[in-house]
Design a protein around this ligand. Sequence first.
Ligand code: ARG
Length: 478
Amino acid sequence: MKRNNPGNPGSHDNFVRGRFKEDISDIAADFTASLDIDKKLADFDINGSIAHLYALEKAGIVSKKEKNDIEKALIKIKSDIKNEKMKLDKKYEDIHMNIEKRLIELVPESGAKLHTGRSRNDQVSVDFRLYVKSRIRDTASEIINLETVLVKMAKSNIGTVMPGYTHLQHAQPVSLAHHILAYYEMFLRDFKRLLNAYETADVLTLGSGALAGVDFDIDRNFEAKVLGFGNVSRNSMDAVSDRDFALEFNFALSMIALHLSRFCEELIIWNSSEFGFVKLKDEFTTGSSIMPQKKNPDVLELIRGKTGGVVSSLLSLFITMKSLPLTYNRDMQEDKKPVMESFYSVYSSLKIFKEIIKTLKFDKKKMGEGLKNDYIYATDIATYLAKKGMPFRKSHEITGRIVSYAENSGKPLSSLSLKEYKKITEAAEADIFDLFNPEVSVNSKKTKGGTAFKEINAVINEYEKEIGNNKKFLRKLV
Ligand code: ARG
């Protein structure tokens, strides 16, 4: 069976006639079809068509009756597609042609008027923008849900002190809450990036036609209002060839995936028997087919693993768009798959990650034991000496000697005697032993943004307000 060539005649029906004498070959029809991907745009396509229809009525191109008939038919098509009552056929290439074809079947005379003053180029652009805007709202809302869970978890762990790491080596004691909230900051930046991408996508491109604008009095501001766009594009050539909004969304998704992957990696390490800082709930782990003792953190590993796909989607879109001459080129049909796949990976990752976070059981004892190796207080000793007036470079060097002495004698720092300390530096006094205390160490940090309990409490207040405001802001986005 031959497929109808969109924009061309079809020997099997009279859907669209044109300059072509022959149908497109089966192999070319199959190769060029995008239905499998763009069928996800069905709802957006119909909303875009309805806005266009209203503008056509306003411009006197369709009568009120025609408008009502077409709108009714479009709404029926929407529900038929949703309920899988309408057969989508690859022979009509994409979702846009499938919907129009069905519309013309339902209302033959008036339906054929819908494509007046419109090209598939501006139609696809507006559909994709509506899709991206909606998926940004979904992603941003999941980010807020995750932030809420993180702040709650942090709140109940302010007093839990654990080793903080640099180079995956013991560095200085920190509050577990401080560690968790580092991710709050990352996800907040992701939220803002999503909103930036939203603004880029929030431009109505309908009315650009194929590339030059259209000959009818289409009220574009009115269309923008109907569809909830904040702006109207100002250059029709840019409008039909621009995919920056998709790239920006994909970039924001890649950053989320990257942040999730770092968090997952930490939890995987913390869940190992070597660390034992955290226990994952059975429901998020799997067993091994051969080693009965295993509980593998597969879900976390998969979230981490999906990052590769998300970042490569971003690259694939970059490479597709690179060097394309103005305006629309068929290459651009390849733009939706990477965005849709990235969205799905990140959205589902955020959802399940939040559930994992909710069920995490921290082993505070194990975290505390990590501090028993008290060389982690070496910086506190150097700072103690500096507070007594010694230049820091000097106190750093002396502390280095203290650590090396302790190491050589096979003793923890807290077991050296004051005499031993005094042999290395006269500045050491009896109060040096107060330093070997997790809370003292953490709460000696004075700066805003540091790990002292007081600071964490203050910043959590800010976060809670921020979450409330961001929720409200998101609800206002159409
Ligand atoms: N399926 C195409 C796409 O998604 C529709 C646009 C076709 N435009 C054209 N000039 N051939 O990009």
